[in-house]
Design a protein around this ligand. Structure first.
Ligand code: BG6
Length: 500
């Protein structure tokens, strides 16, 4: 579609009474509408099991927008585009009813037969729904048809392949939009721009100048009400297979020859292919798992993971992962990329630290006699921005260098103008831009990497669990992982350094 042309589509949201639809999708659609990015030619069918009238559904949409967005103003026009269908995912007649509703809306809003099927529901139904959509004629359209699918995409390579096979019967790979909401985050998208639009970084972006990279995504929340899902998933499948490896791929990829979806994805795939596979004994050497015990968070006592709802009292599930990744290619040989993620940690923070090598000869001194390494920090959340840590002369003193920082804070002045990840991703999907979605090759490669680690972990019980207290930065083994290479984790809080 042409630039500035407003997308037109019928969006069918399966799981429209669920949490994701309420918290993210309806508010995101509203923001797009309010910003004028959606034309009046759009309609949404909310699909879920429970019976609801259109009016009741519209009232739900209204509530969800009002609770997510301050000053949401007049909502009547927006919600008038929403319709509801009470659905049985296994019943063909239910799809036929949906089809005739879709056709009516298509004519009413002149939607040109464009359809987006958004599966915002339990993954066990993904395959069945996709098969019915085709068999019952919902994908027989003149316009485009796209399938948006939430994670988890399988729980290992085998199940992911199975699911992929099912959905590929109804949609081709370029019609499938696999969501990884990290790819919708402003500063994750910025990784490429920082790297490829600045002459001062890209020449240094390799093993000659970078000593190590650290990617942290820490959370303060515990497992909340998701014990049932999380027990089978753990942090490795929940965060590493998707979000963490996607960030690593963006950090380590070669410059694409063009900024097209295929070129970018193919460079990311090469990174995943170059990741050193870990098996058997090696897993222990490169990866650390943790599980939170009880502890104190903001002055409040919180329970251990094993005491959470729907969690086994003897659970072997990890709520924390730290690992060292080696990308065995020309650019990255010898540079460890450390990742860590966990629940109930000291701070909510997603941050990337690129640590540069020491200069060849140090002519200056600091109090500790060593110069601080140069660091480039990409702040992904909650604050957004970049900080560059440099060494400069302390005023009035010769030969003494002091660390200073250059800061760029990417602050939206008005909340409404800072798009949320889901808003961006929905808009991309409507415009047919799949760059920030995960291609099957990426899914397959990341599962095959992660599967080998989970094989080892599932077959060996971690006797030391729980091994980190809630409210800390994880188990001590994660610190040792870096110490044995001569590094340490840079704190997720800002370093105490003067701004210049
Ligand atoms: C989700 C995981 O994909 O990402 C959750 O399933 C996790 O367990 C969440 O809490 C973290 O996302 P964000 O955007 O808050 O960092």
């Amino acid at each position: 579609m042409k630039l500035n042309e407003k997308p037109t589509a019928l969006i069918m949201i399966f799981g429209a009474t669920g949490d994701l639809a309420k918290r993210k999708l309806f508010p995101s659609l509203y923001r797009l509408y309010k910003k004028g990015k959606l034309s009046e030619r759009f309609a949404v069918i909310g699909i879920a099991r429970r019976p609801l009238s259109n009016d009741e559904f519209q009232a739900n949409v209204k509530n969800s927008v009002e609770s997510a967005i301050k000053d949401s103003g007049e909502l009547e026009d927006f919600v008038s585009h929403f319709y509801y269908h009470s659905h049985d995912v296994t019943d063909a007649s239910s799809y036929l009813a949906l089809k005739s509703m879709a056709e009516e809306l298509d004519t009413h809003y002149s939607l040109e037969g464009n359809r987006i099927f958004y599966l915002a529901m339990a993954p066990e139904f993904f395959g069945t729904i996709a098969e019915h959509l085709k068999a019952d004629g919902l994908t027989d359209v003149d316009g485009f048809k796209r399938l948006v699918i939430e994670k988890p995409f399988g729980h290992d390579l085998e199940s992911a392949k199975q699911l992929n096979k099912q959905i590929r019967k109804a949609f081709s790979e370029n019609e499938i939009y696999r969501i990884d909401h990290y790819l919708g985050k402003e500063m994750v998208q910025n990784i490429e721009v920082i790297r490829f639009a600045n002459a001062i970084f890209e020449p240094l972006w390799n093993n000659r100048y970078i000593s190590n990279i650290q990617v942290t995504s820490s959370e303060v929340l515990g497992v909340e009400e998701r014990g049932r899902y999380y027990e089978k998933s753990g942090a490795l499948r929940d965060m590493v297979q998707n979000h963490m490896l996607q960030m690593v791929a963006l950090l380590a990829m070669e410059p694409p020859i063009r900024l097209t979806t295929d070129e970018i994805r193919s460079e990311k795939v090469k990174v995943l292919r170059a990741m050193r596979p870990l098996e058997g004994e090696r897993v222990k050497e490169y990866f650390v798992r943790g599980q939170y015990g009880k502890g104190s968070m903001s002055g409040k006592q919180v329970p251990a993971y094993r005491e959470e709802q729907m969690v086994d009292e003897q659970s072997n599930t990890e709520t924390y992962v730290a690992g060292k990744l080696m990308i065995d290619n020309f650019r990255w040989a010898g540079v460890p990329i450390y990742i860590r993620t966990g629940k109930r940690m000291a701070a909510k923070s997603t941050k990337i630290v690129i640590q540069f090598k020491d200069i060849p000869m140090n002519l200056y001194y600091q109090t500790e006699q060593t110069l601080n390494p140069n660091l480039l920090v990409i702040h992904i959340q909650p604050e957004e921005g970049i900080t560059l840590y440099l060494n400069a002369q302390k005023s009035g003193q010769n030969m003494e260098a002091t660390p200073v920082k250059l800061n760029f804070a990417n602050k939206g002045i008005d909340g409404m103008n800072t798009p949320e990840a889901y808003e961006r991703l929905l808009y991309d999907c409507m415009r047919g831009d799949a760059t920030n979605f995960t291609h099957w090759d990426e899914v397959a490669l990341s599962w095959s990497f992660v599967d080998k680690i989970s094989d080892v972990w599932e077959n060996t019980k971690e006797e030391g669990f729980p091994n980190y207290e809630s409210g800390t930065m994880g188990p001590k083994e994660a610190d040792q992982l870096l110490e044995k290479d001569g590094f340490f984790w840079w704190p997720v809080t800002d370093l105490d350094v003067e701004e210049c």
